[in-house]
Design a protein around this ligand. Structure first.
Ligand SMILES: C[S@@+](CC[C@H](N)C(=O)[O-])C[C@H]1O[C@@H](n2cnc3c(N)ncnc32)[C@H](O)[C@@H]1O
Length: 264
C-alpha cells in the first residue's frame, strides 16, 4: 500500500465502533437483499462470493449463514474486528486488502458485492475492473446503494455544512449513475433488481438523528472542525424545535435499497 493511502481511499478504522449503530437496516430488508442476491446469481452452498469492502459484515454474515462461501476484503482491521465479534460461521473468510488489487484468482468467483464503497476510493474504476477480472463467465457483480432516509435534522445540518464548504468531497465516484455508466462502457449489462421487500419506512426521533450527527460517523462530516460542528448542532436543534415542536418527535422517511446486478 502507498505511503499516503489517505489520499487514495478512506479506511473506516476511525468510526468502526459506531458504524453499525448509524447504518441501521431492518432485519427483514437485510434478509430480502440476501435473498435477491442468492437468486439473481443462482448462488448455492459451496459457491464463492467476494464482499468487496466488507466492513462489519452487514451483508457478508447473512450470506455466509446461507452456506455460500464469502471472502470479505477491507483495508480497515477495526471494521473487520467488529465483524469477528459477531461470531461468523467458518465459511466466512476475511483478509485485509486494497480493492484496487484483489488477492483473488481470475474467473474464480460467482458473485461480487460492492456496497457503499466506490465513493471512498479515488481509483474506483480499477476496483470495478478487478471485480470483473475475478468473476466467472456467468458471474454477477452487485452494486448496492441505500437511498432515502431523508431525515430533516440530517438534511439541515448537511445543507448548512455544505454552504460553508465544510463537507469532505467524495474521493471516489460521485454518484451511482457515474459507476453504472462506467460499467456499461466497459461492456456490463446492468439491471436494477426491484422488489417491494427492498423498500421500507425508516422511523427515528429527531433526537436519535442528532445523536448520530454528534458522532460525525458519515465520512462527509469527518473534516468539520469541532467549533463549527458545535454551532451547526445548536442551529440544527433550534431548527428541529421550530419545525417539529420537540426533538422527541418521531419522523418517518421512505427508504430503499437499490440493488443493481451487472453481467459482463
Ligand atoms: C461505508 S463502509 C461499507 C461497508 C459494508 N460494505 C456495508 O455496506 O456495511 C465502506 C468500507 O470500505 C472500506 N474501504 C475503503 N477504501 C477501501 C479500499 N481501497 N480497499 C478496501 N476497503 C476499503 C472501508 O474501510 C469501509 O469498511
Amino acid at each position: 500500500m502507498e505511503a499516503n493511502p489517505s489520499s487514495q481511499y478512506l479506511s473506516f478504522d476511525r468510526v468502526a465502533e459506531q458504524y453499525d449503530a448509524t447504518r441501521f437496516l431492518p432485519e427483514s430488508v437485510r434478509e430480502a437483499v440476501v435473498e435477491q442476491i442468492l437468486s439473481a446469481a443462482s448462488l448455492a452452498p459451496g459457491h464463492w462470493l467476494v464482499d468487496a469492502g466488507v466492513g462489519t459484515g452487514r451483508f457478508a454474515l447473512p450470506i455466509a449463514r446461507r452456506g455460500v462461501n464469502v471472502l470479505g476484503l477491507d483495508v480497515s482491521r477495526n471494521m473487520m474486528r467488529q465483524l469477528l465479534r459477531k461470531t461468523p460461521p467458518a465459511n466466512l473468510y476475511l483478509a485485509q486488502a486494497d480493492l484496487r488489487s484483489l488477492p483473488v484468482r481470475s474467473r474464480s468467483i460467482s458473485a461480487v458485492l460492492v456496497a457503499h464503497v466506490l465513493h471512498l476510493i479515488a481509483g474506483w474504476r480499477e476496483v470495478l475492473q478487478e471485480c470483473r477480472r475475478v468473476l466467472r463467465q456467468e458471474g454477477v457483480l452487485f452494486l448496492l446503494y441505500e437511498s432515502g432516509k431523508r431525515f430533516p435534522a440530517r438534511e439541515y445540518y448537511v445543507q448548512l455544512a455544505g454552504e460553508r464548504g465544510l463537507l469532505r468531497p467524495a474521493l471516489g465516484v460521485q454518484s451511482a449513475d457515474e459507476a453504472l455508466e462506467y460499467v456499461r462502457e466497459t461492456g456490463g449489462a446492468v439491471s436494477l433488481i426491484e422488489h417491494p421487500s427492498l423498500r421500507w419506512q425508516a422511523r427515528r426521533t429527531h433526537q436519535e438523528v442528532l445523536q448520530e450527527l454528534e458522532k460525525r460517523t458519515y465520512s462527509q462530516l469527518w473534516d468539520i472542525p469541532d467549533e463549527a460542528h458545535r454551532e451547526l448542532m445548536e442551529r440544527t436543534l433550534r431548527y428541529v424545535r421550530e419545525q417539529f415542536g420537540s426533538e422527541e418527535e418521531t419522523y418517518t422517511a421512505e427508504a430503499e435499497v437499490r440493488l443493481y446486478a451487472v453481467r459482463f
